[in-house]
Design a protein around this ligand. Sequence first.
Ligand SMILES: NC(=O)c1ccc[n+]([C@@H]2O[C@H](COP(=O)([O-])OP(=O)(O)OC[C@H]3O[C@@H](n4cnc5c(N)ncnc54)[C@H](OP(=O)(O)O)[C@@H]3O)[C@@H](O)[C@H]2O)c1
Length: 267
Amino acid sequence: MIQIGFIGAGKMAEAMMAGFIEKRVMAPDEILAGDVSGERLAEVSRKQGVRITMDNAEVVRAARVCVLAVKPQQLNEVLRNLAPHFTPDHLIISIAAGKTTGYLESLLPNGRVVRVMPNIACLVGEGMNVYTRGTRATTKDSEQVARLLGCCGKAAELPEALFDAVTALSGSGPAFFAYLLDRFVDGAVQEGLPRRQALTLATQTLLGTARLLMESGMEPADLAGAVTSAKGTTAAGRAVLETPEMADLLSRTIAAAARRSRELAGA
Ligand SMILES: NC(=O)c1ccc[n+]([C@@H]2O[C@H](COP(=O)([O-])OP(=O)(O)OC[C@H]3O[C@@H](n4cnc5c(N)ncnc54)[C@H](OP(=O)(O)O)[C@@H]3O)[C@@H](O)[C@H]2O)c1
């Protein structure tokens, strides 16, 4: 029996499927993936072993829990076509950036809606997944969504008003951290480190820093202070990095992503 269906079988859908399968909450053949691309479906089927279809309505008929995983700009058309197929029994999980529960409920007269902002680290079970309930969704729906998202990393329920900030920070965040890491790696390569070793050193340093912050509960500024001695190497690097311009650039990065999330609401 199909436990969950995906409308759109792209990168994020696959990351979530991988989490469910890895944590054995469902078998691959209990997942049905729908997409317009036969090539993409063949790839997901080969990599994850899930069932596939090119008919979105088949996904809705087969699965009581459906994840809307197409691009925000594709959602309107998808929902207009699928709306008649949803019943009050459906739990509809949307991961589309910017699309509010109000918008989803206005297009879907049936079904309980939960909006989720996941991130790509679900692929390795370390996603940060934030969710919020639509007006028809129940506490039980929240619990079910939290359980599912827990297979892909951490899950947290937050008010929908915070979702543009969430989208910018944890939804888009992997790309921002990856970019910064890449620039540090470039610098290390210029200092003579082979790129592969530089990547290993940088990724483990990022992972270790994140774990240290999470497990100690330390403030980031205190951690930075703890590894900085007067006139030492870290102090020399921080003097270059920590300028008002850099602080402004990074905060504008988050602001631009949040602004785009607000724009996507109307796309
Ligand atoms: N990627 C991330 O890190 C991330 C993080 C948080 C949230 N999200 C959200 O997750 C959603 C999916 O993003 P993604 O990065 O996974 O995108 P993606 O890789 O482009 O996946 C979307 C898939 O849906 C397919 N599709 C297009 N129209 C369709 C239709 N009418 N019916 C069924 N499938 C259709 C696309 O096919 P074509 O390529 O042929 O159009 C593509 O395979 C977006 O709404 C995004 O906001 C993504």
